[in-house]
Design a protein. Structure first.
Length: 92
């Protein structure tokens, strides 16, 4: 009789633990995104979420202007900037 109680407890606890883990990962990812958005600045080499490489020319609360070639500037929603561009060291 006691083993049935433990089995029921496990059946209830596992989905609750999984749900807690999913919420924790989501909050962590959201926090990392906010920290990244706060760390970008004019002059940074970045990659958009669609894969476009560029240098931040201007930046305000909602719009980032990227220079993708000399004299070519594109306006992006600031949230579309996905990461800092990896440095290759062989540009030139």
């Amino acid at each position: 009789m006691q083993s049935a109680g433990i089995g029921n407890l496990i059946l209830i606890a596992l989905p609750l633990l999984l749900l807690a883990y999913v919420f924790w990962v989501s909050r962590s990812r959201s926090r990392q995104g906010r920290e990244f958005q706060g760390s970008i600045a004019v002059g940074d080499e970045v990659v958009t979420t669609s894969g476009l490489f560029g240098r931040i020319a201007t930046l305000d609360d909602s719009v980032a202007t990227l220079e993708v070639a000399p004299g070519v500037r594109l306006r992006y929603d600031r949230r579309a900037i996905g990461a800092h561009a990896p440095s290759t060291g062989s540009e030139g």
